[in-house]
Write a protein that binds this ligand. Structure first.
Ligand code: C2E
Ligand code: MG
Ligand code: MG
Length: 778
């Protein structure tokens, strides 16, 4: 029972593979087993012949039969095993068969030795029986160690009867022999148990190693990196599948024992690396320090990059890790390119241009040699972008950059600074005249027509030029050219201007103005003046236009013409415009109900996303009815985002606010605007009044006024300064309102209230101008 439980305990920890190996060990070497059975049979025959004892003959016969059957059984088992036909349950059955055979044989052996010792007094017979039984059992310890409990039962069955027979003989020597037998059998039992333990331990260890090796194999072959390992002798020890794949190695090279140079040579032949890189890689494998290199395929079509990492091992040899870094390298190259080049035009960008200039400025120039930096800004580009759309704008920028490239010599270079700004660096010139010549050519060439998507487009260019001086930095040069450009634009665009020191003062002045403006808004230093618009029909003030004024302690009264463009450039106009709108609405509620307020909106302010809610809010907080608010926009507001503009105007119109088109006649004066947008009023600019006493401008003014009136819009003429002007415009009755110094200059809020009270208090239908206080209100 103890054997069985021991066996059970051992089996519990055993894997099926170890169990099968133990059973298999029972069936090893049928030859010696057959020889042993034959020897035992001969010995039994010898004892039968020598003693003449008839009982011994059946024993001899049984030994032959059982021995032969066991040998046949063993051969059968081995055939099945070699043919891989042994399942786990079949193996268990074969164990049972072995057990029956082994026990049967041991029993016959035991019975024979008992009979030989007890039936015969012949010492030779005793000697043969004892020797053969002991020898057989000794041999059994070596055969049956895999299943020691079978062997232990065999000992009981074979040696038990022999020991009993020796004891029954009774002589002291035989008793001693019996004792020796017991000791011998006990030690055999011990040996066989130990043998099994050692066998199982060895097998478990091997199994663990195999499992570990398999896990490593799986890990190695499933890792994204290629890996190979060279031993201290420089021969290949390990290589994973990914390495072969990446290096495009032929199968026959991957046998352990291939040298590092064999492998590297195969990589070169496969086109995975160049011969030069092959030599570097070989040197790195032998090197004692960790290192990394990146190679590109010598077969350029693949354009693949491989990263090789070499890690030397303690005691010699190296591990080589291979990674395909093509995508990463391409992404890096793209990022680097994007960081230094403009994506649209493929020209260098601001960063790379600046770096390059910085580098060039450090190179000593030959005596008398100069360089010039030309800051080019396109004129009217925004209009093209707004009217024809961004894709056309993009094509135009590409065409401009191509023209610039074509104009330059190889040593010059050009970059795009963003938007419609380009910068040219002209090298090795003799004088300012060379820079001026190039600038003129650029202005002329860029102003030639472009054909973009069946549109003929014309733009202009303004250029600021800064010449290099000894020790000047790239930033200063750029800043100077920028200032010169500012001047060129102020001079009327389509021209160029050289940087002069005085320009710096202008820019400084502008910077101070910007700072002051910010402060002014925060401190509410602004004020609104109001200028009346007089109805030509009733002679009364119908509307007052709010006009911005800034009373600066040092600057004095600053004109909105100077404030608004700067505020627009600074992006301050949105906040400023919000303040103006609210202030004007709050003022208007104090006026007679028939008088409206007109507020000027600059394009930037008009295109802010929440213009509608801004207007609603101003009306809400002031309590002003929407029909008393007029918003004055200029044509440039209509130029941008046409659909969006249309929608916003419609929404404003829908809530009851009136829209009036200011300064008509100064810009494009496109009649299509009058037709396409929901406008209620057109204000004809005072420039129309110049030379009004001659026929042509008057006809023009009347034509525009009639057309606007026909389209259902009321017409205002701005800038009326004289009675003659007033009479001329009022003749045919198409002009509904007039505005100008003749009636009143823009006046502070308190003054306009007085004027309104005065004008709305009196009534006179006969002379409208008397109704407003005798032509001049102010
Ligand atoms: P605008 O909207 O066309 O305003 C009329 C301008 O003409 C005013 O100049 C006004 O003083 C001037 N003016 C009126 N009648 C006469 C006249 O009979 N003769 C002459 N010579 N001038 C006359 P101001 O106030 O200097 O404003 C100039 C421009 O600044 C305005 O032109 C408008 O475009 C802009 N602006 C003024 N205030 C604001 C504002 O609050 N917001 C925005 N966005 N722009 C404003
Ligand atoms: Mg206006
Ligand atoms: Mg105007």
């Amino acid at each position: 029972m103890q054997l069985a439980s021991q066996n059970g305990y051992a089996d519990q920890r055993m894997s099926p593979a170890i169990h099968a190996a133990l059973i298999n060990s029972l069936f090893q070497d049928p030859g010696p087993m057959f020889a042993g059975a034959l020897c035992a049979a001969i010995a039994a025959i010898m004892t039968a012949v020598k003693s003449g004892d008839l009982y011994l003959w059946p024993c001899a016969a049984l030994l032959i039969i059982v021995g032969a059957l066991r040998s046949l059984d063993m051969r059968h088992y081995r055939r099945l095993r070699d043919a891989n036909q042994l399942s786990q349950p079949a193996t268990a059955r074969w164990e049972m068969r072995y057990q029956i055979g082994a026990m049967a044989y041991a029993l016959v052996l035991g019975v024979w030795s008992l009979a030989a010792v007890l039936d015969s007094r012949d010492p030779v017979v005793h000697l043969i029986a004892i020797t053969v039984t002991l020898c057989y059992m000794s041999a059994g310890a070596g055969r049956t160690y895999g299943r020691p409990w079978i062997f232990h039962v065999q000992i009981l069955l074979a040696c038990g009867p022999l020991t009993v027979a020796l004891m029954l003989d009774g002589s002291p020597y035989y008793l001693g022999m019996a004792v020796f037998c017991v000791l011998f059998f006990l030690s055999l039992k011990h040996i066989s148990t130990n043998l099994q333990k050692m066998f199982v331990q060895a097998f478990v260890a091997r199994e663990g190693e195999t499992a570990l090796a398999n896990q490593f194999d799986t890990a190695l072959n499933n890792m994204p990196h290629g890996l190979c390992m060279f031993g201290a002798d420089g021969r290949l020890a390990v290589m994973n599948y990914r390495f072969c794949q990446m290096a495009a190695l032929p199968d026959d090279i991957i046998h352990s024992g291939a040298s590092a140079s064999d492998i590297v040579g195969a990589c070169v032949s496969a086109g995975s690396i160049s011969a030069v890189n092959g030599t570097i890689i070989l040197a790195q494998i032998e090197h004692t320090k960790a290192h990394n290199i990146v190679t590109t395929d010598s077969d350029g079509r693949r354009n693949r990059s491989l990263s090789w990492t070499f890690q030397p091992m303690d005691g010699g040899g190296a591990v080589v890790l291979l990674e395909d870094v093509t995508e990463r390298r391409q992404a890096e190259a793209r990022i680097t390119h994007l960081a230094r080049y403009d994506e649209l035009t493929a020209l260098p960008n601001r960063v790379s241009f600046r770096d390059e200039i910085e580098r060039l400025l450090t190179i000593r120039q030959q005596d008398g040699q100069l360089s010039a930096l030309l800051f080019v800004d396109l004129d009217q580009f925004k209009q093209v972008n707004d009217t024809l759309g961004h894709p056309c704008g993009d094509q135009l920028l590409c065409a401009v950059s191509q023209r610039l490239r074509d104009m330059l010599r190889p040593e010059d270079f050009v970059a795009r600074f963003g938007g419609d700004e380009f910068v040219v660096f002209q090298r090795n010139i003799r004088s300012n005249d060379d820079a001026a010549t190039l600038a003129r050519r650029i202005v002329d060439h860029l102003s030639e027509r472009y054909k973009i998507d069946n549109h003929l487009v014309e733009i202009g260019a303004s250029i600021g030029i800064a010449m290099t001086t000894p020790g000047i930095s790239a930033d200063t040069l750029l800043k100077n050219a920028d200032m010169a450009l500012y001047r060129a634009k102020a001079d009327g665009r389509g021209t160029f201007c050289f940087f002069r020191d005085e320009l710096a003062q202008t820019v400084e002045a502008r910077r101070t103005l910007e700072l002051d403006l910010r402060k002014a808004l925060a401190n509410e230093e602004f004020e609104l003046f109001y200028q009346p618009l007089v109805s030509l029909k009733s002679g009364k003030i119908s509307t007052c236009e709010a006009l911005l004024r800034w009373n600066h302690p040092v600057r004095g009264t600053v004109s909105p013409v100077d404030i608004i463009p700067v505020a627009e450039d600074m992006g301050l106009i949105v906040d400023l415009g919000r303040w103006i709108l609210r202030k004007a609405c709050l003022e208007c509620v104090k006026w007679p109900e028939t008088v409206s307020v007109a507020v000027n909106f600059s394009p930037q302010q008009f295109h802010q996303r929440d213009v509608l809610s801004e207007v609603r809010y101003a009306l809400e907080i002031s309590g002003l009815p929407p029909h008393r608010l007029e918003i004055e926009i200029t044509e440039s507001s209509l130029l941008r985002n046409t659909q969006l503009t249309h929608d916003v105007l419609s929404q404003l119109h829908a809530i009851g606010v009136r829209i009036s088109l200011d300064d008509f006649g100064t810009g494009y004066s496109s009649l299509s605007y009058l037709h396409n947008f929901p406008l209620q009023k057109v204000k004809i600019d005072r420039s129309f009044l110049e030379g009004i006493d001659s026929d042509r401008p008057l006809t023009l003014l009347r034509g525009v006024a009639r057309l606007s009136a026909d389209l259902g819009m009321s017409v205002v003429v701005e800038g009326i300064e004289t009675n003659e002007q007033l009479e001329l415009i009022s003749v045919d009755g198409t002009v509904s309102e007039a505005q100008g110094y003749l009636f009143s200059r823009p006046v502070p809020a308190i003054r306009i209230r007085q004027l309104l009270n005065a004008s709305h208090g009196r009534q006179s239908d006969s002379d409208p101008f008397l109704a407003v206080g005798g032509r001049s209100l102010g």
